[in-house]
Design a binder for this molecule. Structure first.
Ligand code: BG6
Length: 479
Protein backbone atom coordinates (compact mmCIF):
# COMPACT_ATOMS: atom_id res chain seq x y z
CA UNK A 1 0.00 0.00 0.00
CA UNK A 2 1.32 3.43 -0.89
CA UNK A 3 2.31 5.86 1.83
CA UNK A 4 4.23 9.15 2.13
CA UNK A 5 7.39 9.22 -0.03
CA UNK A 6 10.71 8.79 1.79
CA UNK A 7 11.71 12.35 1.03
CA UNK A 8 8.32 13.78 2.05
CA UNK A 9 8.77 17.42 3.08
CA UNK A 10 7.38 17.63 6.62
CA UNK A 11 7.65 21.11 8.05
CA UNK A 12 5.78 24.25 8.96
CA UNK A 13 4.80 27.59 7.44
CA UNK A 14 5.05 31.28 8.37
CA UNK A 15 4.97 34.64 6.60
CA UNK A 16 7.25 37.63 7.17
CA UNK A 17 4.43 40.12 7.71
CA UNK A 18 2.86 38.08 10.52
CA UNK A 19 6.00 36.66 12.10
CA UNK A 20 9.16 38.70 11.64
CA UNK A 21 8.43 42.03 13.32
CA UNK A 22 11.36 44.48 13.15
CA UNK A 23 9.19 46.44 10.74
CA UNK A 24 11.65 49.36 10.40
CA UNK A 25 14.96 47.65 11.25
CA UNK A 26 18.06 47.91 9.05
CA UNK A 27 16.50 49.98 6.32
CA UNK A 28 13.20 48.10 5.91
CA UNK A 29 10.34 50.18 4.49
CA UNK A 30 6.68 50.05 5.59
CA UNK A 31 4.54 47.42 3.92
CA UNK A 32 0.75 47.28 3.61
CA UNK A 33 0.55 44.94 6.60
CA UNK A 34 2.61 47.35 8.73
CA UNK A 35 -0.24 49.83 8.18
CA UNK A 36 -2.87 47.42 9.56
CA UNK A 37 -4.12 47.70 13.13
CA UNK A 38 -5.16 44.78 15.29
CA UNK A 39 -8.78 43.66 15.45
CA UNK A 40 -11.08 40.80 16.36
CA UNK A 41 -14.04 39.03 14.76
CA UNK A 42 -16.32 41.74 16.29
CA UNK A 43 -14.05 44.71 15.46
CA UNK A 44 -12.43 44.18 12.09
CA UNK A 45 -8.83 45.30 11.69
CA UNK A 46 -8.22 48.57 9.84
CA UNK A 47 -5.69 49.76 7.32
CA UNK A 48 -4.63 53.35 7.98
CA UNK A 49 -2.95 55.74 5.59
CA UNK A 50 -1.05 57.52 8.38
CA UNK A 51 0.13 56.14 11.69
CA UNK A 52 -2.72 56.34 14.15
CA UNK A 53 -0.96 57.06 17.45
CA UNK A 54 -3.77 55.53 19.49
CA UNK A 55 -3.85 52.26 17.55
CA UNK A 56 -1.83 49.06 17.91
CA UNK A 57 -0.08 47.66 14.83
CA UNK A 58 0.60 43.96 15.52
CA UNK A 59 2.95 43.32 12.59
CA UNK A 60 5.45 45.88 13.88
CA UNK A 61 6.86 43.41 16.37
CA UNK A 62 4.81 40.25 15.72
CA UNK A 63 6.70 37.22 17.10
CA UNK A 64 10.02 38.94 16.42
CA UNK A 65 11.49 36.14 14.33
CA UNK A 66 13.94 38.78 13.13
CA UNK A 67 15.76 38.57 16.45
CA UNK A 68 14.84 34.96 17.32
CA UNK A 69 15.55 33.14 14.07
CA UNK A 70 18.37 31.00 15.48
CA UNK A 71 16.29 29.81 18.41
CA UNK A 72 13.24 29.24 16.19
CA UNK A 73 15.06 27.26 13.54
CA UNK A 74 16.75 25.16 16.25
CA UNK A 75 13.26 24.32 17.59
CA UNK A 76 12.08 23.38 14.11
CA UNK A 77 15.13 21.16 13.74
CA UNK A 78 14.34 19.53 17.08
CA UNK A 79 10.93 18.56 15.66
CA UNK A 80 12.73 17.10 12.65
CA UNK A 81 11.54 19.61 10.04
CA UNK A 82 12.65 18.81 6.50
CA UNK A 83 11.34 22.12 5.17
CA UNK A 84 10.44 25.57 6.45
CA UNK A 85 8.02 27.72 4.46
CA UNK A 86 8.69 31.41 4.99
CA UNK A 87 8.27 34.55 2.94
CA UNK A 88 10.72 37.28 2.09
CA UNK A 89 9.51 40.80 2.95
CA UNK A 90 9.77 42.74 -0.31
CA UNK A 91 10.28 45.91 1.79
CA UNK A 92 13.45 44.53 3.39
CA UNK A 93 15.02 44.20 -0.03
CA UNK A 94 13.41 47.24 -1.71
CA UNK A 95 11.99 49.54 1.00
CA UNK A 96 9.67 51.45 -1.34
CA UNK A 97 9.70 48.88 -4.13
CA UNK A 98 11.11 51.53 -6.51
CA UNK A 99 14.84 51.63 -5.65
CA UNK A 100 17.29 50.47 -8.28
CA UNK A 101 19.74 48.97 -5.78
CA UNK A 102 18.70 46.46 -3.11
CA UNK A 103 19.11 47.00 0.62
CA UNK A 104 22.15 44.88 1.53
CA UNK A 105 21.12 44.53 5.17
CA UNK A 106 17.83 42.95 4.08
CA UNK A 107 19.60 40.48 1.81
CA UNK A 108 21.98 39.61 4.63
CA UNK A 109 19.14 38.78 7.03
CA UNK A 110 17.75 36.06 4.76
CA UNK A 111 21.28 34.81 4.03
CA UNK A 112 21.59 34.17 7.73
CA UNK A 113 18.17 32.51 7.91
CA UNK A 114 18.89 30.19 4.97
CA UNK A 115 22.36 29.35 6.32
CA UNK A 116 20.82 28.46 9.65
CA UNK A 117 18.30 26.19 7.88
CA UNK A 118 21.09 24.53 5.96
CA UNK A 119 22.97 23.81 9.17
CA UNK A 120 20.10 21.46 10.12
CA UNK A 121 19.35 20.14 6.65
CA UNK A 122 16.10 22.12 6.41
CA UNK A 123 15.05 23.03 2.87
CA UNK A 124 13.57 26.55 2.62
CA UNK A 125 10.29 26.92 0.73
CA UNK A 126 10.05 30.62 -0.07
CA UNK A 127 6.93 32.64 -0.82
CA UNK A 128 8.00 35.71 -2.80
CA UNK A 129 4.95 37.78 -1.90
CA UNK A 130 2.82 36.86 1.10
CA UNK A 131 0.05 39.35 1.87
CA UNK A 132 2.16 42.49 1.79
CA UNK A 133 3.76 44.91 -0.63
CA UNK A 134 5.62 48.19 -0.19
CA UNK A 135 3.07 50.73 1.02
CA UNK A 136 4.80 53.29 -1.21
CA UNK A 137 3.48 51.35 -4.23
CA UNK A 138 -0.08 51.70 -2.93
CA UNK A 139 0.37 55.47 -3.00
CA UNK A 140 2.27 55.44 -6.30
CA UNK A 141 0.10 53.20 -8.47
CA UNK A 142 -2.79 51.86 -6.37
CA UNK A 143 -0.87 48.67 -5.75
CA UNK A 144 -1.29 45.97 -8.37
CA UNK A 145 -3.82 48.00 -10.34
CA UNK A 146 -0.82 49.84 -11.76
CA UNK A 147 0.89 47.95 -14.55
CA UNK A 148 4.27 49.37 -13.46
CA UNK A 149 4.04 47.14 -10.39
CA UNK A 150 5.05 44.21 -12.60
CA UNK A 151 8.38 45.86 -13.38
CA UNK A 152 9.07 46.66 -9.71
CA UNK A 153 8.21 43.11 -8.74
CA UNK A 154 10.54 41.71 -11.40
CA UNK A 155 13.42 43.86 -10.08
CA UNK A 156 12.80 42.25 -6.72
CA UNK A 157 12.62 38.73 -8.21
CA UNK A 158 15.78 39.22 -10.26
CA UNK A 159 17.70 40.23 -7.16
CA UNK A 160 16.49 37.47 -4.85
CA UNK A 161 16.79 34.73 -7.51
CA UNK A 162 20.36 35.71 -8.28
CA UNK A 163 21.36 36.23 -4.67
CA UNK A 164 19.80 33.06 -3.21
CA UNK A 165 20.20 30.77 -6.22
CA UNK A 166 22.41 28.36 -4.27
CA UNK A 167 20.34 28.45 -1.10
CA UNK A 168 16.71 28.17 -2.22
CA UNK A 169 15.26 25.63 -4.62
CA UNK A 170 11.47 25.80 -3.96
CA UNK A 171 9.65 29.09 -4.66
CA UNK A 172 5.99 30.15 -4.60
CA UNK A 173 5.14 33.34 -6.45
CA UNK A 174 2.07 34.81 -4.68
CA UNK A 175 0.47 33.54 -1.49
CA UNK A 176 -3.22 32.73 -2.01
CA UNK A 177 -3.33 34.61 -5.29
CA UNK A 178 -7.07 33.89 -5.49
CA UNK A 179 -7.61 36.35 -2.61
CA UNK A 180 -7.84 38.79 -5.52
CA UNK A 181 -11.13 37.19 -6.60
CA UNK A 182 -12.67 38.30 -3.29
CA UNK A 183 -13.18 41.76 -1.73
CA UNK A 184 -10.75 40.99 1.15
CA UNK A 185 -8.02 40.78 -1.50
CA UNK A 186 -7.96 44.57 -1.91
CA UNK A 187 -6.15 45.03 1.40
CA UNK A 188 -4.53 41.63 1.82
CA UNK A 189 -2.94 40.88 -1.52
CA UNK A 190 -3.59 43.54 -4.16
CA UNK A 191 -2.84 46.79 -2.33
CA UNK A 192 -5.61 48.50 -4.34
CA UNK A 193 -6.42 50.80 -1.41
CA UNK A 194 -4.75 54.09 -2.28
CA UNK A 195 -5.86 56.86 0.09
CA UNK A 196 -8.08 54.55 2.12
CA UNK A 197 -8.31 54.44 5.89
CA UNK A 198 -10.90 52.06 7.29
CA UNK A 199 -11.72 48.46 8.08
CA UNK A 200 -10.74 45.69 5.73
CA UNK A 201 -14.40 44.75 5.36
CA UNK A 202 -15.81 48.20 4.53
CA UNK A 203 -13.48 48.97 1.64
CA UNK A 204 -15.59 50.06 -1.36
CA UNK A 205 -14.85 47.10 -3.56
CA UNK A 206 -14.75 47.40 -7.34
CA UNK A 207 -14.40 44.02 -9.08
CA UNK A 208 -13.19 45.77 -12.27
CA UNK A 209 -10.16 47.10 -10.43
CA UNK A 210 -9.61 43.81 -8.62
CA UNK A 211 -9.53 41.67 -11.74
CA UNK A 212 -7.27 44.17 -13.50
CA UNK A 213 -4.86 44.00 -10.56
CA UNK A 214 -5.09 40.22 -10.57
CA UNK A 215 -4.20 40.15 -14.25
CA UNK A 216 -1.03 42.08 -13.42
CA UNK A 217 -0.21 39.51 -10.75
CA UNK A 218 -0.72 36.70 -13.27
CA UNK A 219 1.67 38.37 -15.69
CA UNK A 220 4.19 39.00 -12.90
CA UNK A 221 3.94 35.41 -11.70
CA UNK A 222 4.44 34.08 -15.23
CA UNK A 223 7.41 36.38 -15.84
CA UNK A 224 9.03 35.21 -12.61
CA UNK A 225 8.49 31.54 -13.50
CA UNK A 226 9.81 32.10 -17.02
CA UNK A 227 12.92 33.84 -15.72
CA UNK A 228 13.53 31.02 -13.25
CA UNK A 229 13.13 28.33 -15.91
CA UNK A 230 15.48 30.09 -18.30
CA UNK A 231 18.20 31.11 -15.87
CA UNK A 232 17.94 28.85 -12.83
CA UNK A 233 16.92 25.39 -14.02
CA UNK A 234 17.48 23.98 -10.53
CA UNK A 235 14.49 25.97 -9.21
CA UNK A 236 11.03 24.45 -8.72
CA UNK A 237 8.36 27.10 -9.13
CA UNK A 238 4.92 26.78 -7.54
CA UNK A 239 1.67 28.68 -7.21
CA UNK A 240 -0.38 29.00 -4.01
CA UNK A 241 -4.17 28.94 -3.72
CA UNK A 242 -6.50 29.43 -0.77
CA UNK A 243 -8.70 26.39 -1.40
CA UNK A 244 -12.12 26.66 0.21
CA UNK A 245 -13.97 23.57 -0.91
CA UNK A 246 -17.60 24.36 -1.64
CA UNK A 247 -20.31 21.70 -1.35
CA UNK A 248 -23.88 22.14 -2.56
CA UNK A 249 -26.06 22.35 0.56
CA UNK A 250 -28.62 20.00 -1.04
CA UNK A 251 -28.85 17.84 -4.14
CA UNK A 252 -31.14 20.42 -5.71
CA UNK A 253 -29.61 20.91 -9.19
CA UNK A 254 -29.72 24.67 -8.60
CA UNK A 255 -27.44 24.22 -5.56
CA UNK A 256 -25.17 21.93 -7.58
CA UNK A 257 -24.79 24.57 -10.27
CA UNK A 258 -24.15 27.32 -7.79
CA UNK A 259 -21.48 25.24 -6.06
CA UNK A 260 -19.86 24.55 -9.42
CA UNK A 261 -19.80 28.26 -10.27
CA UNK A 262 -18.28 29.20 -6.92
CA UNK A 263 -15.67 26.46 -7.23
CA UNK A 264 -14.79 27.78 -10.68
CA UNK A 265 -14.30 31.45 -9.92
CA UNK A 266 -12.97 31.11 -6.39
CA UNK A 267 -10.85 27.97 -6.38
CA UNK A 268 -10.02 27.06 -10.00
CA UNK A 269 -9.80 30.33 -11.90
CA UNK A 270 -6.33 31.44 -10.75
CA UNK A 271 -4.70 28.03 -10.93
CA UNK A 272 -6.19 27.39 -14.37
CA UNK A 273 -4.25 30.48 -15.46
CA UNK A 274 -1.07 29.57 -13.56
CA UNK A 275 -0.99 25.83 -14.30
CA UNK A 276 -2.55 25.69 -17.77
CA UNK A 277 -1.31 29.08 -18.88
CA UNK A 278 -4.56 30.57 -20.10
CA UNK A 279 -7.75 32.21 -18.91
CA UNK A 280 -10.38 29.46 -18.51
CA UNK A 281 -13.43 29.29 -20.79
CA UNK A 282 -15.93 30.03 -17.97
CA UNK A 283 -14.30 33.36 -17.09
CA UNK A 284 -15.70 35.12 -20.18
CA UNK A 285 -19.31 34.88 -19.07
CA UNK A 286 -18.43 35.92 -15.51
CA UNK A 287 -16.57 38.97 -16.79
CA UNK A 288 -19.40 39.87 -19.14
CA UNK A 289 -22.02 39.65 -16.40
CA UNK A 290 -19.92 41.72 -14.01
CA UNK A 291 -18.89 44.41 -16.49
CA UNK A 292 -15.23 43.42 -16.27
CA UNK A 293 -12.98 44.16 -19.22
CA UNK A 294 -9.36 43.34 -18.62
CA UNK A 295 -6.83 45.61 -20.32
CA UNK A 296 -4.04 43.42 -21.70
CA UNK A 297 -0.88 44.30 -23.54
CA UNK A 298 0.43 42.53 -26.56
CA UNK A 299 2.35 39.48 -25.47
CA UNK A 300 0.51 38.98 -22.16
CA UNK A 301 -1.29 35.84 -23.29
CA UNK A 302 1.92 34.30 -24.68
CA UNK A 303 3.65 35.08 -21.41
CA UNK A 304 0.99 33.29 -19.39
CA UNK A 305 1.64 30.21 -21.54
CA UNK A 306 5.39 30.47 -21.06
CA UNK A 307 5.22 30.86 -17.29
CA UNK A 308 3.33 27.77 -16.12
CA UNK A 309 4.23 26.56 -12.64
CA UNK A 310 5.93 23.23 -11.90
CA UNK A 311 3.91 22.31 -8.84
CA UNK A 312 0.65 23.27 -7.17
CA UNK A 313 0.35 24.33 -3.53
CA UNK A 314 -2.61 25.34 -1.45
CA UNK A 315 -3.91 26.18 2.00
CA UNK A 316 -6.70 24.05 3.38
CA UNK A 317 -8.51 24.88 6.62
CA UNK A 318 -12.19 24.23 6.01
CA UNK A 319 -15.04 23.67 3.63
CA UNK A 320 -18.27 25.58 3.22
CA UNK A 321 -21.69 25.03 1.66
CA UNK A 322 -23.60 26.98 -0.94
CA UNK A 323 -27.24 27.13 -1.83
CA UNK A 324 -29.36 29.23 -4.11
CA UNK A 325 -31.64 29.88 -1.10
CA UNK A 326 -30.53 32.51 1.40
CA UNK A 327 -29.93 31.19 4.91
CA UNK A 328 -29.12 32.55 8.34
CA UNK A 329 -26.83 29.61 9.08
CA UNK A 330 -23.52 31.15 8.13
CA UNK A 331 -20.14 29.43 8.21
CA UNK A 332 -17.08 31.70 8.48
CA UNK A 333 -13.84 31.51 6.54
CA UNK A 334 -10.50 33.23 6.10
CA UNK A 335 -11.34 35.07 2.89
CA UNK A 336 -15.00 34.38 2.50
CA UNK A 337 -17.80 32.55 4.28
CA UNK A 338 -20.53 30.19 3.18
CA UNK A 339 -23.37 28.21 4.69
CA UNK A 340 -23.17 25.86 7.63
CA UNK A 341 -22.69 22.18 6.95
CA UNK A 342 -24.91 20.17 9.33
CA UNK A 343 -22.36 17.33 9.37
CA UNK A 344 -19.38 19.38 10.54
CA UNK A 345 -18.16 21.08 13.71
CA UNK A 346 -16.54 24.50 13.56
CA UNK A 347 -13.62 26.17 15.36
CA UNK A 348 -14.26 29.04 17.78
CA UNK A 349 -13.78 31.36 14.79
CA UNK A 350 -16.51 29.54 12.86
CA UNK A 351 -14.20 27.71 10.39
CA UNK A 352 -15.79 24.34 9.63
CA UNK A 353 -13.43 21.44 10.27
CA UNK A 354 -13.49 18.92 7.43
CA UNK A 355 -10.59 16.43 7.27
CA UNK A 356 -12.27 14.22 4.64
CA UNK A 357 -12.67 17.34 2.54
CA UNK A 358 -8.88 17.43 2.29
CA UNK A 359 -8.78 14.00 0.67
CA UNK A 360 -11.60 15.05 -1.65
CA UNK A 361 -9.78 18.30 -2.50
CA UNK A 362 -6.42 16.64 -3.16
CA UNK A 363 -8.14 14.26 -5.56
CA UNK A 364 -10.01 17.07 -7.29
CA UNK A 365 -6.85 19.10 -7.82
CA UNK A 366 -4.78 16.16 -8.99
CA UNK A 367 -7.41 14.96 -11.41
CA UNK A 368 -7.48 18.41 -12.97
CA UNK A 369 -3.75 19.12 -13.28
CA UNK A 370 -1.70 15.97 -12.61
CA UNK A 371 1.27 17.86 -11.25
CA UNK A 372 2.91 17.43 -7.81
CA UNK A 373 1.20 19.14 -4.90
CA UNK A 374 1.99 20.39 -1.41
CA UNK A 375 -0.39 21.32 1.39
CA UNK A 376 1.45 24.45 2.50
CA UNK A 377 -1.06 25.62 5.13
CA UNK A 378 -3.44 23.77 7.41
CA UNK A 379 -4.14 23.99 11.12
CA UNK A 380 -6.44 25.01 13.91
CA UNK A 381 -6.64 28.58 15.16
CA UNK A 382 -7.45 28.23 18.87
CA UNK A 383 -6.87 29.83 22.27
CA UNK A 384 -4.17 28.10 24.30
CA UNK A 385 -3.76 28.09 28.07
CA UNK A 386 -0.38 27.95 29.73
CA UNK A 387 -0.72 25.77 32.83
CA UNK A 388 1.02 26.60 36.09
CA UNK A 389 3.81 24.16 35.31
CA UNK A 390 4.33 25.89 31.96
CA UNK A 391 2.81 23.12 29.82
CA UNK A 392 0.30 23.74 27.03
CA UNK A 393 -1.99 20.78 26.47
CA UNK A 394 -3.33 21.49 23.00
CA UNK A 395 -4.97 18.12 22.41
CA UNK A 396 -7.59 19.82 20.17
CA UNK A 397 -4.81 20.86 17.77
CA UNK A 398 -3.29 17.37 17.74
CA UNK A 399 -6.71 15.95 16.99
CA UNK A 400 -7.22 18.39 14.10
CA UNK A 401 -3.82 17.66 12.58
CA UNK A 402 -4.05 13.90 13.08
CA UNK A 403 -7.36 13.74 11.23
CA UNK A 404 -6.03 15.82 8.35
CA UNK A 405 -2.80 13.82 8.03
CA UNK A 406 -4.83 10.58 7.99
CA UNK A 407 -6.81 11.93 5.05
CA UNK A 408 -3.65 13.09 3.26
CA UNK A 409 -2.42 9.53 3.60
CA UNK A 410 -5.65 8.24 2.10
CA UNK A 411 -5.21 10.63 -0.82
CA UNK A 412 -1.66 9.37 -1.35
CA UNK A 413 -3.12 5.85 -1.44
CA UNK A 414 -5.65 7.10 -3.96
CA UNK A 415 -2.62 7.93 -6.10
CA UNK A 416 -2.13 11.69 -5.85
CA UNK A 417 1.44 12.99 -5.93
CA UNK A 418 2.03 14.83 -2.68
CA UNK A 419 5.43 16.36 -1.94
CA UNK A 420 4.97 17.92 1.46
CA UNK A 421 2.96 19.30 4.35
CA UNK A 422 3.70 22.56 6.15
CA UNK A 423 1.06 23.35 8.79
CA UNK A 424 0.39 27.03 9.26
CA UNK A 425 1.94 29.18 11.96
CA UNK A 426 4.11 26.39 13.33
CA UNK A 427 5.25 29.04 15.79
CA UNK A 428 2.49 31.36 17.04
CA UNK A 429 2.08 34.50 14.96
CA UNK A 430 -0.39 37.28 14.12
CA UNK A 431 -3.66 36.31 12.45
CA UNK A 432 -4.04 37.64 8.91
CA UNK A 433 -7.81 38.05 8.95
CA UNK A 434 -8.29 39.54 12.42
CA UNK A 435 -4.86 40.80 13.53
CA UNK A 436 -5.14 38.82 16.77
CA UNK A 437 -2.39 36.96 18.61
CA UNK A 438 -4.97 35.01 20.64
CA UNK A 439 -5.87 32.95 17.57
CA UNK A 440 -2.91 30.60 17.76
CA UNK A 441 -1.88 27.87 15.33
CA UNK A 442 1.57 27.02 16.68
CA UNK A 443 3.24 23.87 17.86
CA UNK A 444 5.44 26.36 19.67
CA UNK A 445 3.88 28.99 21.93
CA UNK A 446 5.05 32.61 21.84
CA UNK A 447 4.41 34.72 24.91
CA UNK A 448 2.82 37.65 23.12
CA UNK A 449 -0.71 38.99 23.55
CA UNK A 450 -3.34 41.02 21.76
CA UNK A 451 -2.38 44.22 23.57
CA UNK A 452 1.27 43.81 22.54
CA UNK A 453 2.44 42.67 25.98
CA UNK A 454 4.56 39.55 26.54
CA UNK A 455 8.15 38.42 26.84
CA UNK A 456 8.32 36.69 23.43
CA UNK A 457 9.54 33.57 25.22
CA UNK A 458 9.02 30.36 23.23
CA UNK A 459 7.52 27.20 24.81
CA UNK A 460 6.98 23.74 23.34
CA UNK A 461 3.29 22.75 23.27
CA UNK A 462 2.12 19.15 23.57
CA UNK A 463 1.61 19.19 19.79
CA UNK A 464 5.35 19.87 19.40
CA UNK A 465 6.22 16.45 20.84
CA UNK A 466 3.42 14.76 18.92
CA UNK A 467 4.47 16.26 15.55
CA UNK A 468 8.09 15.23 16.22
CA UNK A 469 6.92 11.60 16.41
CA UNK A 470 4.84 12.01 13.28
CA UNK A 471 7.86 13.24 11.35
CA UNK A 472 10.20 10.58 12.79
CA UNK A 473 7.80 7.85 11.68
CA UNK A 474 7.13 9.52 8.29
CA UNK A 475 3.45 9.86 9.16
CA UNK A 476 2.95 6.31 10.42
CA UNK A 477 2.63 7.13 14.11
CA UNK A 478 -0.31 9.46 14.54
CA UNK A 479 -1.56 8.59 18.04
C1 BG6 B 1 -4.16 31.97 5.07
C2 BG6 B 1 -3.02 32.94 4.92
O1 BG6 B 1 -5.31 32.55 4.54
O2 BG6 B 1 -4.61 31.62 6.32
C3 BG6 B 1 -2.24 33.19 6.19
O3 BG6 B 1 -2.15 32.59 3.88
C4 BG6 B 1 -3.20 33.23 7.36
O4 BG6 B 1 -1.51 34.38 6.02
C5 BG6 B 1 -3.85 31.88 7.49
O5 BG6 B 1 -2.62 33.65 8.56
C6 BG6 B 1 -4.76 31.71 8.67
O6 BG6 B 1 -5.70 32.73 8.69
P1 BG6 B 1 -5.91 33.65 9.96
O7 BG6 B 1 -6.80 34.70 9.51
O8 BG6 B 1 -6.48 32.78 11.02
O9 BG6 B 1 -4.55 34.14 10.32
Amino acid sequence: MKTFRNDFLWGGATAANQFEGAWDADGKGPSTSDMCTNGSPENPKRITRQWDEGAFYPSREASDFYHHYKEDIALMAEMGFKTFRLSIAWTRIFPTGMETEPNEAGLKFYDQVFDECKKYGIEPLVTISHYEMPYALVEKCNGWEGRECIGYFMNYCRVIFEHYQNKVKYWLTFNEINAGTMPMGNVLSLGTVKGYTGTILDFPDDPKVRYQALHHQFVASAQAVKLAHEKYPQFQMGNMICFITMYPLTCNPADMLKAQQEMQMMNWFCSDVQVRGEYPYYADRYFEEHGIQIRMEEGDLELLKEGCVDFYTFSYYMSNCVSEKPSEEIGQGNLTGGLKNPYLQASEWGWQIDPQGLRYTLNEIYSRYQIPMMVVENGLGARDTVEEDGSINDTYRIDYMRRHIEQMKEAVRDGVELWGYTPWGCIDLVSASTGEMAKRYGLIYVDKHDDGSGTLKRRRKQSFYWYKKVIESNGEELD
